[in-house]
Design a protein around this ligand. Structure first.
Ligand code: BJW
Ligand code: ZN
Length: 280
């Protein structure tokens, strides 16, 4: 049986599904992935900019990057994969008791498609205060202004040559409560994920007997460990990707769940599996 037909059978016999998505799910919507073509901004990799150190050293540069990404994503629409996942959540097959979507993406496209989801790495459209004594540092505030501040208008072009003057800190986004610099409410390398968010993710992973892993390179922890965790408990894992990111480490180990790879663009493969399951 082809892997997509086996994936449909697994979906139709599961009780609790978790869907983990990464940047590949939004690729067909026109959002560049981190580690694929278009993943560089100017000459920087995400690992160089998505860090507290990069922001502390050059908040103007890092805000330019986020401003460019906010403006890019604003015009993007859900593709077939986002829509199929939303359909699965709103009209699950009778066997499914739960379908929890956990995304590493900060682009807000799953919510736009109507999906309830756990955004484990935060959102491009929320900010928080950098002053740890301010209440605004522990709660994210939605901010969809375009541009977020006047000083960023026309800035952030991804071309390598582009290099305007640094924007003075006073002109970058500021906290409404204390006036300090704000930052994007996203999780940078070396930062802990929100404990409440991680608790909900862990609850869903503990309960699940099937994990769909869609469009993620599986390089960044903690999400990179989820498939192993589910399989080790006997749950099944189906990966949807244009390229295989992992091997089934030890398929012969007793009690270990199956690992299935559905190769191809997820905007095609995910709707194929979901539609076939919902048509039954
Ligand atoms: C398609 C497709 C199509 C394309 N169809 N597929 C254990 C071991 C080693 C290191 C660590 C560890 N635990 C923690 C760490 C440190 C670190 C880490 O993981 N480092 C690794 C690089 C080794 N993790 C952290 O720091 C995390 N914090 C943490 O764990 O705290 C505790 C701790 C700290 C330090 C040490 C130990 C413990 C926080 C990680 C935060 C990641 N943040 C970012 C930025 C978010 C904000 C922003 O966007 O600006 O999150 S980095 C970036 O990577 C972003 C993404 O969510 C994340 C994952 O990327 P993703 O989604 O997988 O994208 P790509 O581009 O990598 O892959 C796209 C995939 O799609 C590819 O596979 C394509 O083939 C595929 N594709 N088109 C289907 N049409
Ligand atoms: Zn503040």
């Amino acid at each position: 049986m082809a892997n997509s037909a086996r994936a449909r059978e697994l979906l139709l016999s599961a009780r609790n599904l978790v869907i983990l998505t990464g940047a590949g799910v939004s690729a067909a919507s026109g959002v560049p992935t981190f580690r694929g073509p278009g993943g560089l901004w100017r000459h920087f990799r995400s690992e160089e900019l998505a860090t507290p150190r990069a922001f502390a050293g050059d908040p103007s540069l890092v805000w330019e990057w986020y401003h460019w990404r906010r403006e890019t994503v604003r015009t993007k629409l859900p593709n077939g994969a986002h829509l199929a996942i939303a359909r699965l959540q709103s009209k699950p097959p009778a066997n499914l008791l739960s379908a929890v979507l956990v995304t590493q993406n900060v682009d807000g496209i799953h919510p736009l498609a109507g999906s309830p989801c756990i955004e484990m790495h935060g959102s491009l459209f929320r900010t928080k205060c950098t002053n740890s004594r301010c209440p605004g540092s522990s709660k994210a505030t939605e901010d969809r202004r375009s541009p977020i501040v006047e000083a960023l208008r026309g800035r952030g072009a991804p071309d390598v040559e582009e290099r305007g003057p640094q924007i003075p800190e006073e002109e970058l986004p500021r906290c409404g409560e204390c006036g300090s610099l704000t930052r994007p409410a996203v999780v940078w390398f070396g930062e802990n994920l929100d404990p409440a968010v991680m608790a909900s993710v862990q609850d869903a992973l503990q309960a699940c007997d099937l994990l769909f892993v869609v469009g993620t390179s599986g390089l960044v922890y903690p999400a990179a460990g989820f498939a192993e965790e589910v399989q080790a408990r006997g749950g099944n894992v189906v990966e949807f990707n244009v390229e295989r990111t992992r091997q089934d480490a030890d398929p012969s180990r007793r009690g270990r769940g199956a690992y299935l790879f559905v190769e191809g663009p997820c905007e095609v493969t995910v709707p194929a599996v979901v539609n076939a399951a919902l048509a039954r």
